[in-house]
Design a protein around this ligand. Structure first.
Ligand SMILES: Cc1cc2nc3c(=O)[nH]c(=O)nc-3n(C[C@H](O)[C@H](O)[C@H](O)COP(=O)(O)OP(=O)(O)OC[C@H]3O[C@@H](n4cnc5c(N)ncnc54)[C@H](O)[C@@H]3O)c2cc1C
Length: 394
């Protein structure tokens, strides 16, 4: 039996563990279940050399006394307050809990179109590594016919970061054959980056233009094979690389908790991040739809996963220790979008007013993804401080 059982070793799960451990001060048993040994730095998976983009969970959790169990959760029984796991040795086990924190993240919804097995993505570390390895094979292929052409499907946050990064990466790989490089961004909607709104669009459009990225709106991929992509508008693009970026859905474990879910399958939670119909369950990160302010729900982002984790961990521990719960209150919303060699764009507020562009925004983006979203390691005091929910998103 764990006092607090956390499902997931991503941003929300790790910061839940820190939030709970900080408040509990060794008075509760806390267990974190996740299949991998590392916190994967998912927001950087569009970068080159993704294999290094991880942090050992042991160096975060071990100093705090949080127990780590490498396993996959296959079922949750909220009546019995237990979860069923499959351990890494393949053996099943049941774990009981007093409070559960669901932080099992989200996953890209890949399409079932003909040739989908040729699609790459940057949603998980293994898939990002597979793309990186594939790109490194391109220079040895025969010249021409789409060798250095990449088609990126979806122009949301991930599609924009992938395509702008790829423009530079393919040119570096191509060397003297740089004239062969072609990056094509495909968007089903009539506008680029539909969920980003009109604010940053001129900056994004100018960056894509500067990098020579082609844009195809009102279309999507219809089918593909290893060397070409056919779009739904009939355009055929010789391309050795196709990357799917559209559509992240919450972990299917959300369906095992009673309660309402939104269109992304996230559980709607109360202001303390509790699942209203399963009061022993708290929800954080990409599995939670929480109020970020009076008129907006949280987004599937690190920016929200980290504070959601802090509050969920704190409140789960507070519930057991008879202490008051804290109302979730994230820092004001900002977006910092990487635009490859064209810099970045920083926006503030939900209407995404542009505040910084170019290399200044790029420096900030690097600081965020290379420093601020990393947890402290080894040092107990620093690690526990990072779990303080009332600290603004660093
Ligand atoms: C390419 C890319 C770029 C991004 N860029 C940004 C950005 O610039 N800014 C930003 O704020 N956000 C960005 N995001 C989004 C951000 O990465 C996610 O919102 C964040 O990772 C969510 O944290 P999480 O802990 O909820 O989920 P995750 O980080 O996905 O962690 C989920 C954890 O749960 C575990 N898990 C899953 N299923 C089970 C199970 N059945 N049993 C046990 N454990 C399980 C996983 O192994 C993992 O440890 C980006 C995402 C991607 C893919």
């Amino acid at each position: 039996m764990s006092d607090v059982l956390i499902i997931g070793g991503g941003f929300a799960g790790v910061w839940s563990a820190l939030g709970a451990a900080r408040l509990a001060d060794q008075r509760l048993t806390i267990t974190l279940v996740a299949p991998g040994d590392d916190l994967v730095i998912r927001p950087r998976l569009y970068e080159a050399a993704p294999a290094a983009l991880r942090v050992p969970l042991e160096r975060i959790l071990q100093p705090t006394g949080v127990t780590r169990l490498p396993a996959v959760v296959t079922a949750i029984d909220t009546d019995r307050r237990s979860v069923t796991v499959t351990r890494v040795d393949g053996q099943p086990a049941d774990l009981s809990y007093r409070r559960l924190i669901l932080a099992s993240g989200s996953a890209l919804r890949r399409p079932a179109l003909p040739g989908h097995e040729h699609l790459f993505d940057v949603d998980t570390l293994p898939n990002a590594v597979a793309l990186d390895s594939h790109l490194r094979t391109l220079p040895a292929r025969p010249a021409g016919s789409g060798r250095f052409t990449a088609v990126v499907i979806g122009s949301g946050f991930t599609g924009l970061e992938v395509s702008t990064e790829l423009a530079g990466r393919l040119r570096a790989l191509a060397g003297p054959a740089a004239h062969e490089v072609r990056v094509v961004l495909v968007e089903r909607a009539a506008t680029l980056g539909p969920e980003l709104g009109p604010g940053p669009r001129p900056v994004i459009t100018a960056a894509l233009d500067e990098l020579g990225i082609e844009i195809h709106l009102n279309t999507s991929a219809a089918s593909l094979d290893a060397t070409r992509v056919l779009l739904t508008d009939g355009t055929e693009i010789p391309a050795h690389t196709a990357i799917w970026t559209a559509g992240m859905m919450a972990s299917p474990l959300t369906r095992q908790i009673p309660g309402k879910r939104d269109h992304l399958d996230r559980l709607l939670v109360d202001k303390h991040l509790r699942a209203p119909e399963a009061p022993e369950v708290f929800v954080a990160g990409d599995t939670a739809a929480a109020s970020a302010d009076d008129s907006h729900l949280t987004l599937q982002s690190c920016q929200h996963a980290i504070p959601l984790g802090r509050y969920a961990g704190h409140n789960a521990a507070a519930d057991l220790l008879g202490l008051p719960a804290l109302e979730f209150a994230p820092a004001p919303y900002v977006t910092c979008l990487d635009l490859g060699a064209a810099g970045a764009v920083l926006t503030t507020g939900w209407d995404r007013a542009v505040k910084l562009t170019g290399s200044t925004a790029k420096d900030l983006k690097r600081t965020i993804v290379e420093k601020r979203i990393y947890p402290p390691l080894d040092d107990l005091e620093e690690i526990l401080n990072a779990g303080d929910p009332e600290r603004a998103w660093k």
